[in-house]
Write a protein that binds this ligand. Structure first.
Ligand code: IPE
Ligand code: IPE
Ligand code: MG
Length: 250
């Protein structure tokens, strides 16, 4: 597989799906002496730029981590503001995205979303389901452990109902029960703000993802930073537990 020329190399490093941990809005605001909410506002602009760049790069999937299951621990006013931003995103951006052929998917537990937001999520997905362009996954009220627990419970219900043979449960079955069921695993996970941790993001799916950590705060993430991360990815060697390319011959 890794035997030869540039086309083999490109095949070993396809870039279809980039997932981003959008971190550092608060510190961005603090450094400027502006309210934290202004940081989140500028964060939405950065997310819009990222979706555009992803399209220019020809990615089939982009996933943005917007609100974690642990982010409920923040003060009420901040949680409400973050909910409001998602609502506004649906109101302001969905029509354009739908027109451009983007398919929108929301990852996370939607049953516990507040007033009307769950419905907006369902509508956004229904409205863009038939689209065949890029897939934009927004992880909201999302936690990797929570997602795996919900998937396991789903399989258990099917088994208890006699629809599924427990002996038939394999990696593909669990993958298929996740919120990301029809998406390829992320090739590249980017985190901004200098933190180097996964914070409960795509725990199952990122098993063999490449990670790029950037020092810039999320509101400062633009096209150049995105291309820089992709460039770092292109210089990586993905091995999936196999051997180095150079050793392959011998
Ligand atoms: C990322 O920015 C946005 C969310 C987690 C919702 P933060 O709000 O975490 O900003 P920092 O990490 O405190 O700077
Ligand atoms: C991760 O950022 C979650 C999102 C970007 C939505 P956090 O700021 O919540 O993560 P920690 O607390 O620094 O790990
Ligand atoms: Mg943070």
């Amino acid at each position: 597989m890794f035997a030869g020329g540039p086309s083999d190399e490109a095949a070993a490093r396809p870039l279809r799906h980039v997932a981003i941990i959008m971190d550092g809005n608060g510190r961005w605001a603090k450094e400027r002496g502006v309210p934290r909410l202004e940081g989140h506002q500028q964060g939405v602009e950065a997310a819009r730029r990222a979706v555009e760049t992803a399209r220019d790069l020809g990615l089939s999937h982009i996933t943005l981590y917007s609100f974690s299951t642990e982010n409920w621990n923040r003060p009420d006013w901040e949680v409400r503001h973050l909910m409001g931003l998602l609502r506004r995103f649906f109101e302001e951006d969905l029509a354009k995205l739908a027109e451009e052929g983007v398919r929108v998917r929301i990852l996370g537990d939607r049953r516990t979303l507040p007033d009307g937001l769950g419905k907006l999520v369902e509508d956004a997905e229904a409205r863009t389901r038939q689209n065949t362009g890029q897939t934009l996954q927004i992880a909201f009220n999302y936690g990797g452990r929570d997602e795996i627990v919900r998937a396991a419970a789903k399989l258990a219900r099917q088994a208890a109902g006699g629809e599924l043979d427990p002996e038939a449960i394999d990696e593909a079955a669990l993958t298929g029960a996740l919120d990301t069921s029809d998406a390829p695993d992320p090739d590249l996970v980017i985190r901004t703000s200098g933190e180097q941790r996964i914070s409960n993001f795509l725990l199952w799916q990122a098993a063999y993802a490449e990670f790029v950590f950037l020092d810039c705060y999320w509101p400062d993430f633009g096209r150049e930073e995105f291309l820089d991360a992709v460039d770092q990815y292109r210089r990586r060697e993905r091995r999936y537990g196999g051997r180095r390319e150079a050793e392959e011959a011998g």
